[in-house]
Design a protein around this ligand. Structure first.
Ligand code: ADP
Ligand code: MG
Length: 290
C-alpha cells in the first residue's frame, strides 16, 4: 500500500476509536487468522464483586482474607477488600505481604499467616484444601465465578467467591470476528470452569485456561509455531509480553499502561467490537490499493 493510503487508514482508525502506533501496523493486521482474547478485563468487565462466603466463621474468613488482599492490586483483591470494608469497616494491617503471580497472596495478620488464592498456593505451604471446600470451589466455577480459598494457622478456613460480568458487547464482537473468518481463542489464568462458562456465553469454542502470567507468551508462540498468524487482545500487566510477541497486539484503552505500551493498536473505549473494526479497516485500506 502507498504511504498515503496507510495514513488515511490510520486517520479513519482514530475516528473508530482505534489508535494505531504506526502506519505499518495495518500491514500486519491483514494476515491475522487467529485472535487470542484475554478473559478478565478484555472479554469481561474486569470488575469483580463478592457473591458468596463459606466457612465455619464466614465473617472471619472475609476479614482476614481482605486484610491480606489489601496490599494486592488484583481485581479479585479489590472485590474482597471493598466487600469487607463495607461490612466490617477498617481492616487489620498486613506484614510481610507477598503476591505469588497467578496463584494468590499471603502475609501475616494479627500474628497469623494468612493465605488466599488457588489450592496450589496452599499446597505449596503444605495445607490441604479438603473435599468440602473443593466442592464449594468447583460449584462456584461451574457458575463462571472465581473461588479464592482462604487458610490461616496451617488450615483451610473457607472460600470467598467473586464474580465478574461479561461486557455487553463481547458476544457481538466475537460473532463479528468469526464472520471475518478469524478463529477466536480465550486465554486466561483463571480456572477452566469459569473460562468455559464465559467462552460459551460469548461463542468461543477454543479455550486455554489456568495459564500462568509468564506462560501466556508461550501460548502465542505455540500458535505461531503451528503456522497461525496471531492477534492478541489484552489489558493486563500479565498480557504485555504476549501482546508484544503476537503478530498484532491490541490493547484495551481501559487497561494498564504496560499493555498499552506493548500493543500495536489501542482500542480506546475498551470495546471488543473495535478489534473487528481494526481488521476490517486494515483489509479495506490495503485491499483498495495494490
Ligand atoms: P487473568 O489471566 O484472568 O487476568 P491472573 O493470571 O491474574 O488472571 O490470575 C490467575 C488466578 O490466580 C486467578 O483466577 C486467581 O485464582 C489467582 N489469583 C491471582 N491473584 C490473586 C489474588 N490477589 N488473590 C486471590 N487469588 C489470586
Ligand atoms: Mg486481564
Amino acid at each position: 500500500a502507498t504511504p498515503t493510503a496507510l495514513l488515511v487508514g490510520t486517520g479513519r482508525g482514530a475516528q473508530l476509536g482505534i489508535l494505531i502506533k504506526g502506519p505499518e501496523v495495518l500491514e500486519s493486521t491483514r494476515a491475522v487468522d487467529t485472535v487470542v482474547l484475554d478473559k478478565t478485563g478484555t472479554v469481561t468487565a474486569g470488575k469483580m464483586s463478592l457473591t458468596d462466603l463459606y466457612g465455619d466463621d464466614e465473617t472471619e474468613v472475609l476479614r482476614l482474607a481482605a486484610a491480606v488482599e489489601h496490599a494486592s492490586e488484583h481485581p479479585i483483591a479489590r472485590a474482597i477488600v471493598a466487600a469487607a470494608e463495607e461490612r466490617l469497616g477498617e481492616l487489620p494491617p498486613v506484614d510481610g505481604f507477598r503476591a505469588v503471580e497467578g496463584l494468590g497472596v499471603l502475609g501475616e495478620v494479627e500474628g497469623k499467616t494468612v493465605l488466599a488464592g488457588r489450592p496450589a498456593l496452599l499446597q505449596q505451604h503444605g495445607i490441604a484444601v479438603g473435599d468440602g471446600y473443593s466442592q464449594v470451589k468447583a460449584a462456584a466455577e461451574d457458575r463462571g465465578a472465581t473461588a479464592v480459598v482462604v487458610a490461616w494457622d496451617g488450615e483451610t478456613r473457607g472460600v470467598v467467591v467473586v464474580a465478574d460480568t461479561v461486557k455487553p458487547t463481547s458476544a457481538e464482537a466475537v460473532a463479528e470476528l468469526k464472520a471475518l473468518g478469524l478463529r477466536p481463542v480465550l486465554l486466561t489464568g483463571d480456572n477452566t470452569g469459569s473460562a468455559n462458562t464465559v467462552a460459551a456465553e460469548v461463542g468461543i469454542d477454543e479455550v486455554i485456561a489456568e495459564v500462568l502470567p509468564a506462560d501466556k507468551v508461550d501460548v502465542v508462540k505455540r500458535l505461531q509455531a503451528e503456522g497461525r498468524v496471531v492477534a492478541m487482545v489484552g489489558d493486563g500487566v500479565n498480557d504485555a509480553a504476549a501482546l508484544a510477541q503476537a503478530d498484532l497486539g491490541l490493547s484495551m484503552g481501559t487497561g494498564t499502561d504496560a499493555a498499552i505500551e506493548a500493543g500495536d493498536l489501542t482500542l480506546v473505549r475498551g470495546d471488543l467490537r473495535a478489534a473487528a473494526d481494526a481488521i476490517r479497516l486494515s483489509r479495506r485500506t490495503l485491499g483498495t490499493i495494490k
